[in-house]
Design a binder for this molecule. Structure first.
Ligand code: SAH
Ligand code: SF4
Length: 403
């Protein structure tokens, strides 16, 4: 059963004709410094003031400047007049029967796009961890044939602030701040289920096509004087943007996941069309060369189980051969279907037989249990109801934004 908890839970839309006060929640240290300078804070005090704001925003999670007790009253007044600490607007919040939560968020409009785009963020509680799956783009240009997100046009890249703000918003909603008191609606999760311990960039979008903003947002997430999510617990998933993989390892140094899904180029060209540009050989070489890769820091290979397409035992053996020599984990993902999707999920017995071959080769517990299926929150099911374009318009956008 799906429970829709909130519709228009909180609106931060300005009155028509008034500009919203720009939020400081989700900004980098450099951006906070720039905003403070613009408010007239003396250069010699900037570092101290940034540190103060940083702790209030990322350690305490406050949503009003009033709460910032060690910031002078004058500065609090100035901050409040010019800025807010708003998060993206929540359009809806759904809770799956397995505890998975999905938020549909509405972002601010931009000068060039008057339609407020929507994105999705998902929280997956498990016994030993709480994983937040965040989006990096509105839609995706890449059109993998099994992925629902790929059928949506790319509206735009998310800013670093919009990426980081998804973490703040999720912490608000699950009560994952040190002094969180139960909200008046009594919807706080039990204490053990509140933590966001892991972040995966597996929501909407191809994160390596929005490299700088995703990197800056992950710096905010990993900052150990703030949100403090260790880089060992942050995973970027890519469909295989080969030229950016090494740079990501050098500049961001998070864990890496590769959406593999096929063991030979013919099929991967069809399922993950970016393979035509960067075929398997190049992709696997980039994995071997990934900075810091080792048995303690393995690369995850995601393999979606598509009935009759990629799920034969011969392919299971080919998968094992293909990854030989790469410190790897394998995640077999049961295909999550969506309306009019061209594929079916492999039969469970076939997934088990496939998993046996992979297990015998030394890869442990590779089948990922689908979560939040009833609220369409599982992998590849994330698709907001943002404006959709006809296929011709979509391919025009894909070409114009391709790297
Ligand atoms: N664009 C990135 C990250 C987002 S997709 C990427 O492709 O890696 C996150 C994961 O969900 C990817 O492994 C993707 O291949 C997988 N996925 C997409 N659609 C799916 C579906 N319908 N069922 C199961 N997994 C899917
Ligand atoms: Fe984009 Fe990833 Fe979906 Fe492919 S699987 S369309 S890269 S979001």
């Amino acid at each position: 059963m799906t429970v829709v908890l909130d519709q228009n839970a909180r609106s931060v839309s300005p009155e028509p004709g008034f500009a919203a006060k720009p939020s400081l929640a989700g900004l980098t240290r450099a951006d906070l410094a720039a905003q403070l300078l613009a408010l007239g804070v003396a250069q010699k005090n900037i570092r101290m003031r940034v540190n103060q704001l940083w702790r209030w925003i990322y350690v305490s999670g406050v949503t009003s400047f009033d709460a910032m007790s060690n910031v002078s009253k004058d500065l609090r007044t100035d901050l409040d007049q010019a800025h807010s600490l708003d998060r993206p607007e929540i359009v809806s919040e759904q809770v799956s029967e397995d505890g998975t939560r999905k938020w549909l968020l509405r972002l601010a409009t931009t000068a060039t796009d008057a339609t407020a785009p929507e994105i999705e963020t998902v929280y997956i509680p498990e016994a030993d961890r709480g994983t937040l799956c965040i989006s990096s783009q509105v839609g995706c240009t890449l059109n993998c044939t099994f992925c629902h997100t790929g059928t949506q046009r790319l509206v735009r890249n998310l800013t670093a602030q919009e990426i980081a703000a998804q973490i703040l918003l999720a912490r608000d909603r699950i009560g994952d701040w040190p002094d969180a008191s139960p909200p008046s609606d009594g919807r706080l999760l039990p204490a053990g289920e509140r933590k966001i311990t892991n972040i995966v960039l597996m929501g909407m979008g191809e994160p390596l096509y929005n490299f700088d903003n995703v990197r800056d947002a992950m710096e905010i997430a990993a900052d150990n004087e703030g949100l403090s999510v260790s880089k060992r617990r942050i995973t970027l998933s890519t469909s295989g943007v080969v030229p950016e993989i090494a740079r990501w390892g050098e500049e961001a140094a998070t864990m890496l996941a590769i959406s593999l899904h096929a063991t030979h180029d013919d099929l991967r060209d069809e399922l993950v069309p970016i393979n035509k540009k960067y075929p398997l050989e190049q992709l696997l070489q980039a994995c071997r060369d990934y900075p810091g890769v080792s048995n303690a820091k393995r690369i995850t290979f995601e393999y979606v189980m598509l009935k009759g397409m990629n799920d034969s035992l011969a392919e299971a053996k080919a998968l094992v051969r293909l990854l030989a020599g790469i410190p790897a984990k394998i995640n077999l993902i049961p295909f999550n279907s969506w309306p009019h999707s061209p594929y079916e999920c492999s039969d469970w017995e076939q997934i088990e037989r496939f998993a046996d071959v992979v297990n015998r080769a030394g890869y442990a517990s590779p089948v990922r249990t689908p979560r939040g299926r009833d609220i369409f929150a599982a992998c590849g099911q994330l698709k907001s109801e943002s404006v959709r374009l006809k296929a011709s318009e979509r391919s025009a956008i894909a070409t114009s934004t391709e790297h």
